[in-house]
Design a protein around this ligand. Sequence first.
Ligand code: ATP
Ligand code: MG
Ligand code: MG
Length: 392
Amino acid sequence: MSEQVVGILGGGQLGRMLAASASLLNQKVIILDTGEHGPAKQIIAPTEPHLAHLDGSFADPVKIRELASKVDVLTVEIEHVDAAALEEVRLATKGKVLAIHPSPSTIQIIQDKFRQKQHLSSHGLPVSEFVEVESSVDSISEAAQKLGLPLMLKSRTLAYDGRGNFVVRNLRQVEEAIAALGGRPLYAEKWVPFSNEIAIMVVRTVDGEVQSYPVVETVHKDNVCHLVLAPLRSRDPSLPSKATSIAENAIKSFTGAGVFGVELFLMDDGKIFINEIAPRPHNSGHYTIEACETSQYENHLRAILSLPLGSTALKVPSAAMLNLIGQSSSMGEITKTKDVALTIPGASVHLYGKSECRKGRKMGHITIVADSDAQLRSRLRTLLQSLPENYC
Ligand code: ATP
Ligand code: MG
Ligand code: MG
């Protein structure tokens, strides 16, 4: 494998699966995140002192500079990093060989959802209507006049798992919404009455070539991804290529290499809107580990290291991925579902090694592969029946 060292900002589950792929390739990796034994750091033990993982925040410019000084390629497993510090590092190391993927400017645009929407819209990509708002009743009421109700009020920054979204159904809720989103910069989106949510992982090479994984259906519960079904089954045979072309055009509009997750809304009339883009491996691509010829994690590494990309094709007819979400501070419910998964043919368990279980926290996932949709449904049914009532 390459002698280059890869630095990863963020050491959660995505970093863990990236590190697992790296370890199979003898690829040296240094992880920056708080704590000594987070999910990603557990996977790769440093073999030499200069490869020691760093304990600190991926939003701390000093730590980012320290990581940059130790590696040849920097990448992220989360977009909420200090993108300005990354850009400074890029400028400071001009002439030296330090690659940053995706590019800091891409991360900067994507991490601010309002700028991301402006970028997509200015490139002619389909997004639902959106407007910038102030955190005031007047400003949000004005947005409601323009976009109608309900409307989706969103935090521009630091959003994940729907924590940063508020559905405003009537104007009496506006004050509650402002309080709930707690002083963060906001924007408003027109409500999209989608029939399904779909997602596509797109991998982009250093030269800007793109290659896509199959279109998948994502099923959300309370704003959190619950299930992924691969591939998308649709009555309209032109839909996958239409969605893929939108996703690829979106990713071509950014700079830098790596895997990107593109979340889309599908309408009853066949229209497609982009919901959001993640500049990194993505929850809706976990299934690629067992179900595709090359996983999103390995292809992310191949892309940022300028190695040949692996095939993104499915190698099984049908697959599903279930997120294991903490139900309380106890791992009891997760362990029960894991035990059931161990009895299901084609099921693979992934637990993330997180030190604490919390309600709503992603603790692991299970992928099921099958020879047909019917077999998948039967295997999945057994798993879903093991979930506690009101699971989310
Ligand atoms: P994550 O990054 O974990 O995917 P997030 O916090 O960035 O989530 P979004 O993806 O913006 O949040 O929204 C979460 C979910 O809320 C979407 O998957 C979708 O179900 C719903 N949603 C978002 N925007 C809209 C909209 N404009 N109209 C209707 N539903 C929406
Ligand atoms: Mg998001
Ligand atoms: Mg999302």
